[in-house]
Design a protein around this ligand. Structure first.
Ligand SMILES: *Cc1c(COP(=O)(O)O)cnc(C)c1O
Length: 410
């Protein structure tokens, strides 16, 4: 968003007018930012035979999936339903990378029936897969490289105690199953977590995959997952995508000369593509000074944006109703009957009841992790694209809360 003539706007549309049109709280997405992030990624990796698979779990609104798909992104689905959402808006099955974790084998079978790229992450499923499909359907392998990477323990997925992936120390077992059932492995995959800033981690992961690739003669792709970090506040370290693209391009070239054929390089960004494009607009219901803190109580909370409470994530907050007001310290909290802090001790332009606050970086893991906790409605989602607002999800109503509930005959 930009501040023009004292008004915060996206693509020339005032955020205050979006709030007026659709009410608050409301999720607003800047389509231009999403498409420009996609383009940045393509530019940064121009040295690589790149395929981008958008991690749908970050923002699973089908209009966003459609926008990204129209601009050349495939899909990374972690559940069969995410894959079905993508298929429903015309994404080709072969463009969907399906990497479920700890699901029942029947959900893997469904992935095969739908013709998805199936990526397996444990030996038990690999054995079942081999028994059922033999060499008739290829699969990728999600490996665990035993690297501790990422912002914190909760979002790191590639360390030795992580539930994700097949340990690289279990490769002998993998080879035994492959030989026994003539399994065709078409891709190797590592996703070590979120918010990884060091380029070296990705290069190290790639080297691990390159190192074992010669045992898998039928590969079509190497998938280095994601975890690309974006800025949540000024001065944040971010993943240097150009540096990564360049270095990876070089080692990838060396690798496929050794391997004997050109493979595709897959990445699966969620946060990188959509985080900064999203804003959660909230209304200040109450300003509540106490002897120690001044609270700004807003019409949202951890039911709509759980990252601050779940991960201690920092989301910048801006008072868009009072851009020039004198600054004071506030703790911004929601309505939920729990400790429900969206931002503690923030310096904001004076907050008055009825002001609109914009919570930034709300595009990734915002709406997609929202709930009905405290029997509250989930907010609407609005996409701004080509200077127009599009309502891409309606606000819920009481009917939505009651749907599927059955009053017992008691
Ligand atoms: C969550 C996830 C991603 C996306 O991670 P970001 O940090 O949002 O980029 C990619 N691949 C897999 C398998 C995931 O589970």
């Amino acid at each position: 968003m930009e501040l023009i003539d004292g008004k915060y706007s996206v693509q020339g549309i005032e955020l205050a007018s979006v709030a007026q049109m659709f009410g608050t709280p409301v999720y607003v997405y800047d389509g231009n930012k999403i498409v420009s992030q996609l383009q940045n990624l393509k530019n940064a990796f121009s040295e690589n035979p790149l395929k981008i698979k958008f991690a749908v779990k970050a923002l699973s609104n089908v209009s966003i999936v459609k926008l990204l798909h129209q601009h050349g992104a495939g899909i990374d689905a972690v559940s069969i339903n995410e894959a079905k959402l993508a298929l429903g808006i015309g994404v080709k099955n072969s463009d969907i990378n399906y990497t479920p974790n700890c699901v029942d084998f029947s959900e893997i079978e469904e992935g095969v029936e739908l013709g998805l790229c199936v990526n397996l992450d444990n030996l038990s499923m690999l054995e079942k897969f081999g028994k059922k499909y033999g060499s008739n359907y290829p699969c990728g392998l999600r490996l665990n490289p035993h690297i501790m990477a990422g912002g914190n323990y909760k979002i790191s997925t590639g360390h030795s105690n992580s539930k994700f992936g097949i340990s690289i120390y279990q490769l002998p077992d993998v080879m035994r199953l492959i030989n026994q059932y003539k399994i065709v492995v078409n891709g190797l995959h590592i996703h070590t977590g979120s918010e990884i800033t060091e380029t070296d981690v990705f290069l190290k992961m790639a080297e691990i995959l390159f190192g074992i690739a010669s045992d898998f003669p039928s590969l079509q792709f190497i998938d280095i997952g994601s975890g690309f970090k974006v800025a949540y506040k000024e001065g944040d370290h971010v993943t240097n995508m150009y540096d990564l693209g360049l270095k990876l391009g070089k080692s990838f070239k060396e690798f496929y000369h050794r391997y004997g054929k050109q493979l595709e390089l897959w990445v699966e960004p969620g946060k990188y593509l959509v985080s900064e494009a999203g804003y959660l607009l909230v209304n200040v219901n109450v300003v509540k000074p106490t002897p120690s803190v001044t609270f700004a109580g807003v019409d949202s909370g951890l039911n709509h944006l759980i990252r601050p409470m779940m991960y201690d994530a920092y989301h910048e907050i801006v008072n868009i109703s009072n851009p020039t007001g004198s600054q004071k310290i506030y703790t911004v909290v929601g309505t939920i009957c729990e400790t429900d802090t969206l931002g503690a001790d923030r310096k904001l332009n004076e907050v008055r009841e009825g002001d609109l606050l914009a919570i930034k970086n709300a595009g990734a893991y915002g709406y997609s992790m929202a709930s009905n906790y405290n029997s509250r409605f989930r907010p609407p989602e609005v996409l701004i694209w080509k200077g127009q607002t599009h309502l891409i999800r309606k606000r819920e109503t009481l009917d939505d809360l009651l749907r599927n509930q059955v009053v017992a005959e008691i």
